[in-house]
Design a protein around this ligand. Structure first.
Ligand code: HEC
Ligand code: HEC
Length: 206
């Protein structure tokens, strides 16, 4: 157990060093610190989100099994992913092209709007079993007991099972464009054969 904790802390420390302190995050904090600006950002983000709805759902609850929910996702994480797609660091043909032309202000508005939407999860809850055991051994330290993450750590609870399968498998096989992610190392602890049970457990988390 101690060895495992040391391993996680090591990865956590490496990740903390990689966090950027870009101006856009300071702007996000300003928006979040004012009730008025926050409400305006939600309204503006809603208007700007029309073209996202086709895949992610109007309210950020995904309409497609291989597309992640944006609803309830941590705002800073959302903003960072938009940045990574725009810079071509995180690769996805559609996403890279879609976000390139979006201004900093609208990126913030979109992240605030989607982050504020409630998650509607119709996927079956999984009570226990292998998926839960693995989650509680290797995942909760960063993604939280209930899978809600925090700040730049993504919420995983309630993500579509197929998206989880696809994403975790890509991390495991070294095929994810998120090469510097701590996930690449951590998922090596999980047998490929156990990833479906792990994905089902996380998909069912509320
Ligand atoms: C044609 C479908 C499609 C549209 C339209 C679309 N997305 Fe995406 N989006 C995806 C897919 C697929 C992924 C997952 C990419 C991957 O596997 O890495 C994704 C991932 C994301 C992520 C990362 C989420 C995470 O959990 O890591 C964010 C943020 C995002 N999209 C925001 C947006 C925004 C904002 C818009 C509108 C401007 C938008 N998307 C429009 C398909 C779409
Ligand atoms: C050391 C912290 C840490 C641990 C432990 C950890 N993760 Fe992650 N995870 C991250 C970070 C950070 C990201 C976001 C990608 C990035 O920027 O590295 C992430 C991303 C993910 C994603 C993609 C989310 C999305 O919306 O695309 C999934 C799924 C995930 N983790 C599942 C897991 C599972 C399952 C475990 C346990 C086997 C786990 N994580 C353990 C830090 C961690």
């Amino acid at each position: 157990m101690l060895k495992q904790l040391g391993f996680l802390l090591l990865l956590g420390a490496g990740f903390a060093q990689a966090v950027e302190t870009d101006g856009i995050y300071a702007k996000l904090e300003m928006v979040q610190s004012s009730q008025v600006d926050y409400q305006i950002a939600i309204e503006e983000g809603k208007t700007r989100s029309l073209m996202c709805g086709y895949c992610h759902g109007k309210d950020g609850n995904s309409l497609k099994p291989d597309v992640p929910n944006l609803a309830g996702q941590n705002t800073k994480y959302l903003l960072k992913q938009i940045d990574l797609f725009a810079n071509g660091v995180r690769k996805n043909y559609v996403m890279e092209r879609l976000v390139k032309g979006i201004s900093d202000e609208d990126r913030i508005n979109l992240a605030v709007y989607f982050g504020a939407q409630p998650v509607v999860n119709a996927q079956p809850q999984v009570e226990g079993g292998k998926g839960k055991t693995i989650y509680q051994s290797y995942c909760f330290a960063c993604h939280g007991e209930n899978g809600l993450g925090g700040d730049e750590l993504p919420r995983v609870a309630g993500q579509p099972k197929e998206y989880l399968l696809k994403t975790l498998t890509a991390f495991k096989q070294g095929q994810s464009s998120r090469k510097n992610s701590p996930m690449v190392g951590i998922i090596q602890k999980v047998d490929a054969a156990d990833i479906p049970a792990l994905a089902a457990y996380i998909a069912g988390m509320r």
